[in-house]
Design a protein around this ligand. Structure first.
Ligand code: ZN
Length: 145
């Protein structure tokens, strides 16, 4: 499961010496090792056991077992004290779909997980692809802000 592999550490030594631990593509699909629900429970258990402070779970609520199952799993993360971020609904590559479809996909995700997101909303581009065409990139950035 990419969730485990896609652990992303962001180290900002120059400013505040903080580390943000984030997980992308949650809750994800069934893999050789886990069903999505098992992975969610195991990840929450391990983070708690290691006394890891809240992490950001960047979710794709339309993927995996679908919105209903994903919402239930993301609710478990939220109830365990973690932060839910928007990673679009279906994880499209910005340059493949363009700003209008990318906005629609992001709104679809927000419609499913918006109630789980905090007052400060977090978003991460799938594939870290913000777009090669400046006008398209700026269009989405303007909408996002
Ligand atoms: Zn991703």
């Amino acid at each position: 499961m990419r969730l485990i592999i896609a652990i992303l550490l962001t180290l900002s030594v120059a400013h505040s010496k903080e580390i943000a631990l984030t997980f992308d593509d949650a809750p994800g699909d069934t893999t050789l090792h886990f069903k999505p629900e098992q992975r969610t429970d195991e990840l929450i258990r391990k983070l708690k056991g290691l006394k890891v402070p809240p992490v950001i779970i960047f979710a794709n609520p339309c993927n995996g077992n679908g919105p209903k199952s994903n919402f239930a799993q993301l609710t478990k993360f939220k109830n365990a004290g973690h932060i839910i971020g928007n990673h679009t609904c279906t994880h499209p590559r910005f340059d493949d779909v363009g700003p209008d479809q990318f906005v629609a996909d992001t709104v679809n995700a927000e419609n499913i997980i918006g109630s789980l997101m905090g007052e400060t909303k977090y978003f991460r581009y799938p594939f870290f692809n913000e777009g090669k065409i400046v006008a398209a990139r700026d269009q989405f950035r303007a909408w996002l802000s």
